[in-house]
Design a protein around this ligand. Structure first.
Ligand code: CP
Ligand code: NVA
Length: 308
């Protein structure tokens, strides 16, 4: 397995299954009020160059609850903000810390940082991918008695970092994915190719501009914001995405028992309606909660299991 978790392609199906099983143990332990201190004596760096509510706090809480010391860093308070190179920063930080969870802009920033880090680096979101989110999503899907290697996920909206990691994970796990995006906003070409697409075709991936086609036979309907952090928005873009809103009308084309997912933060009235967000079929807050259990497993997996 990989030293780092920079991309969803860094983990195997077996790795996902181990982390899912461990996350279930964490959920049980936490419900029973008992928490193992499996990371005692470790220092966990959390270096975020973009805003975050869920990922930052769940990793901080996960580290603290497992007995490690979380060290929070945001770009405004770091010397990188005054021109210190990523290379120098990675060399220094990794001489203090045992693992570094990083949220940044380009994937190449993450890769450069990891190349100079002496400790594992975890991608907590880049412009290209959001792999730890995809793991929390798998855990949520499995909690709804859905077989992770035999279901269909329909992703509606921008082919962004979240979509890319879900596409990659579909090839790691073997589930079907249909992505409905406006032309020009499809998932990343290299990610699609790496997921088994060749000449625009892959048995388990459908790319379409028709949301109703994507949600047909879906077990899961997933969406995310139309304008990701660091990207330009505006009225024209919103117009382009309007037909891709997850609303009651679109869901009438999906099976009645399909669940609705959103990684959050949501922009109600854009990619999803308030009505759907508040409906029983929407599991977005379960996803958010599950980020704590899966963050614990990710830290353990890359810190300790790789040693064993
Ligand atoms: N889903 C997610 O990554 O949320 P945050 O941006 O709040 O971390
Ligand atoms: N695609 C969104 C995800 C936020 C968790 C973004 O990058 O802003």
């Amino acid at each position: 397995m990989s030293e780092n978790f920079l991309s969803i392609f860094d983990i195997s199906k077996g790795d996902v299954e181990r982390m899912m099983a461990r996350s279930a143990e964490h959920r049980e332990m936490s419900a029973a009020g008992g928490i193992g201190k499996s990371l005692e004596g470790k220092a966990v760096g959390i270096f975020f160059e973009k805003p975050s509510t869920r990922t930052r706090v769940s990793f901080e809480a996960a580290a603290a609850l497992l007995g490690a010391h979380p060290v929070l860093m945001d770009s405004a308070s770091m010397q990188t903000n005054r021109g210190e190179t990523l290379e120098d920063t990675a060399k220094v930080l990794s001489s203090y810390l045992d693992i570094i969870v990083m949220r940044t802009h380009g994937q190449e920033r993450l890769e450069e940082f990891a190349a100079h880090s002496a400790v594992p680096v975890i991608n907590a979101l880049s412009d290209l991918e959001h792999p730890t989110q995809a793991l929390a999503d798998m855990f949520t899907i499995a909690s709804h008695d859905i077989d992770l290697s035999d279901f269909k996920l329909a992703y509606i909206g921008d082919g962004n970092n979240v979509a890319n990691s879900l596409v990659g994970l579909s090839s790691v796990m073997g589930f079907d994915i249909a992505v409905a995006s406006p032309p020009g906003r499809e998932p990343d070409r290299a990610v699609l190719n790496r997921s088994g697409m060749s000449n625009g075709r892959a048995a388990h991936i459908t790319i379409t501009d028709d949301p109703a086609e994507a949600v047909r036979d879906a077990d899961v309907v997933y969406t995310d914001v139309w304008v990701s952090m660091g990207r330009e928005g505006g009225a024209e873009l919103r117009k382009l995405f309007e037909p891709y809103q997850v609303n009651a009308d679109l869901l009438s084309a999906a099976p009645a028992d399909a669940i609705v997912m959103h990684c959050l933060p949501a922009h109600r009235g854009e990619e999803i309606t308030d009505e759907v967000m508040r409906s029983e079929r929407c599991v977005a807050f379960e996803q958010a909660k599950n980020k704590l259990h899966t963050a614990k497993s990710v830290l353990e997996f890359f810190l300790r299991w790789k040693e064993g």
